[in-house]
Write a protein that binds this ligand. Structure first.
Ligand code: GTP
Ligand code: SPV
Ligand code: MN
Length: 596
């Protein structure tokens, strides 16, 4: 084995890397420094090995295409495990393996898995360098694609080693693609050891270990232990024409609109309003000295859904991905441009589809995979917040929960209080999407959009959220939104995207206690006229339908939430079940009164 001289004097790191190298037996070890020269060198390696395909460098400078194994295109929730000493610690919503069994099982798969290959050592920081809220991780991988993605998604290389110093406090991540066989694919988390072992996949959420594995699964465990929150949330700043800035964090399940919302451009009517992106997927939030909740984005790039991204829906994303971007599983045009369903302009006459096959508009299959993605540096984003790298984070005034719901959930509603808001987070429902393998379009409960990402017992996680209230002198107001309500013909009632600014404006005004609201049994909704609809070409019937609260639908909803709580068992805080029963009793009382 050829070992490049390690650039660290950290004995903990050195001995762990040596131990993992003894297990995986790579031909050589490369310590990544994060430099531009290194990126150029590794891009050349990936290109020569056919892992990356250069795109048209005039149209898309610095951009490359990657086609994954067709069996490896999304997160695999059924192969993702939380390996805690007891099953109770992982809770009823996670797959569980005893740590020893997991180390044994995966240890056998890792044994010699890097023979003939290079082991890349990727030191990285999640969060602004030097922030007390940031965490250091080191990922060992045999995938050059992973290195190039981690370079965009995290602050990696020499600056991460510098931040780590001589400390032993870093996440230990080990990844090997092996033969990319679903039979030998496991994503295992060891919260107590601050360790992640991922084997048999090359797909983003399974292998970019800083993202869902560290920043959410291990992060949520650390958050519970250390008194903070690791959440599947975007963070945005809303700037008014007067220059007043309000920060909002929003949790929507995978492929339900976080990136779009975080980069939104307000419609013409909102002249002078501006949205600034702090983050598009993950928020780490802590109580500041002033009793407010402060959020950082642990990531440095966006791993976003390509299909549907266009100059119409998300112009800022289109600018962001116009250079130095890795595209995974999109289609390409004959002249080396990228294409996906929902991109601007006419459908090209011929394409190479995401599996490398010729495609024409007559083809019955999609040209781009529905979960095809771009990896782009946040610094490319024209509306990146100037506080996105601020070590203290930004103060959050409103928290928003949203899902994909064809019925029941109104366009926007404010919870009565923290408990009521936590209840809506805990019972969040959404139709499944292509971001995870499995059936698409069925409603499932996805509490806090964290069902696939909570690294410990979900009931305890609810309790942790409830407990945050007493630490918050000035808690954010909590809201629910639904961009996805449909009419009888199955069409979305609300135009969404930039028009969501109208809803966001109401949220900001409510959070700042300067607009009225209409009380319903479930929360506050905009009073007639409070939602600014000027300049929007939409029939008021459709807005009424989008904002409607239907008692029969809510009764069914609350009953289904009850089944969900029951499935979680005794760890669900009693106040949440009581909250549900209270809402249900209100529905019954109102309906009884109506029938008299
Ligand atoms: P992850 O990266 O998987 O966590 O997804 P995300 O939550 O960032 O979702 P994203 O913004 O990428 O949106 C996914 C898809 O949702 C897009 O391709 C759009 O088709 C759709 N979408 C986003 N915002 C809206 C909206 O306001 N209305 C409607 N109808 N669809 C939307
Ligand atoms: C998601 O699925 O929520 C994503 C993409 O943001 S992944 O990184 O694969 O988790
Ligand atoms: Mn996500």
């Amino acid at each position: 084995m050829i070992t490049a001289e390690s650039p660290t004097k950290n004995v903990h790191l050195e001995s762990w890397v040596a131990e993992m190298a003894r297990l995986t037996k790579p031909d050589r070890i490369v310590w990544c420094d994060g430099s531009a020269e290194e990126a150029a060198r590794l891009t050349a390696v990936a290109t020569s090995e056919g892992i990356l395909e250069p795109l048209n460098q005039e149209k898309l400078p610095g951009c490359h295409l990657h086609r994954s194994n067709p069996n490896d295109v999304a997160r695999v929730e059924n192969l993702t495990f939380i390996c805690t000493p007891t099953k109770e610690e992982a809770g009823p919503t996670n797959n569980w393996m005893p740590p020893k069994d997991a180390y044994d099982k995966l240890g056998k798969l890792f044994d010699g898995s890097m023979k003939g290959k290079t082991m890349y050592v990727i030191p990285y920081v999640m969060g602004p360098i030097g922030s007390p809220m940031s965490k250091v991780g080191v990922e060992l991988t045999d995938s050059v694609y992973v290195v190039l993605n981690m370079r965009i998604m995290t602050r990696m290389g020499a600056r991460a080693l510098a931040m780590l110093g001589a400390s032993n406090d870093f996440n230990r991540g080990l990844h090997s693609v092996l033969d990319c066989n679903p039979e030998r694919r496991f994503i295992c988390h060891f919260p107590q050891d601050n360790t992640i072992w991922s084997v048999g996949s090359g797909y983003g959420g399974n292998v970019l270990l800083g993202k869902k594995c560290l920043a959410l699964r291990i992060g949520s465990y650390l958050g519970k232990k250390e008194g903070w929150l690791a959440e599947h949330m975007l963070i945005l700043g809303v700037e008014s024409p007067e220059g007043e800035m309000t920060y909002v964090a929003a949790a929507f399940p995978s492929a339900c609109g976080k990136t779009n919302f975080a980069m939104m451009i307000p419609p013409k009517r909102f002249k002078g309003w501006k949205i600034w992106t702090v983050g598009d997927d993950i928020a780490w939030m802590r109580v500041g000295e002033d009793g407010r909740l402060y959020a950082i984005n642990p990531e440095a790039g966006y791993f976003g859904v390509a299909p549907g991204t266009s100059n119409d829906s998300n112009p800022n994303a289109m600018k962001t991905i116009s250079r130095d971007t890795l595209f995974t599983n999109v289609a390409r045009t004959p002249d080396g441009d990228v294409w996906w369903e929902g991109k601007d302009g006419p459908t090209p006459h011929e394409l190479i589809d995401w599996q490398g096959r010729p495609w024409t508009p007559r083809s019955t299959e999609k040209a781009a995979h529905p979960n095809s993605r771009f990896t782009a540096p946040a610094t490319n984003n024209p509306c990146i917040s100037r506080f996105s790298d601020d070590p203290s984070g930004v103060p959050i005034s409103a928290i928003v929960f949203g899902g994909r719901r064809a019925s029941t959930i109104p366009l926007v509603m404010q919870a009565f209080n923290w408990l009521n808001g936590v209840f809506y987070g805990a019972t969040l429902g959404s139709e499944t999407t292509a971001a995870a393998t499995g059936k698409v379009g069925v409603v499932r409960r996805d509490p806090f959009a964290m069902l696939p990402f909570c690294g410990y017992n979900m009931g305890e996680y609810f309790a942790h959220w409830l407990g945050m209230q007493s630490r918050l002198l000035n808690p954010p107001k909590i809201f629910m939104v639904n961009w996805f309500r449909k009419d009888k013909a199955g069409k979305f009632l609300w135009p969404g995207f930039g028009e969501n600014m109208r809803v966001l404006k109401w949220i900001v005004d409510r959070a700042r206690l300067r607009v009225g609201g209409q009380e319903t049994p479930f929360g506050w909704v905009p009073k007639a006229g409070d939602l600014d609809l000027s300049g929007l070409d939409i029939h008021h019937d459709r807005v009424d339908d989008a904002t409607h609260v239907d008692l029969a639908e809510w009764k069914a909803e609350l009953e289904s939430q009850g089944e969900f709580f029951a499935s979680l068992g005794t760890s669900v805080p009693r106040v949440l079940e009581l909250q549900r029963e209270l809402l249900l009793a209100r529905v019954d009382a109102i309906r009884a009164a109506e029938h008299h």
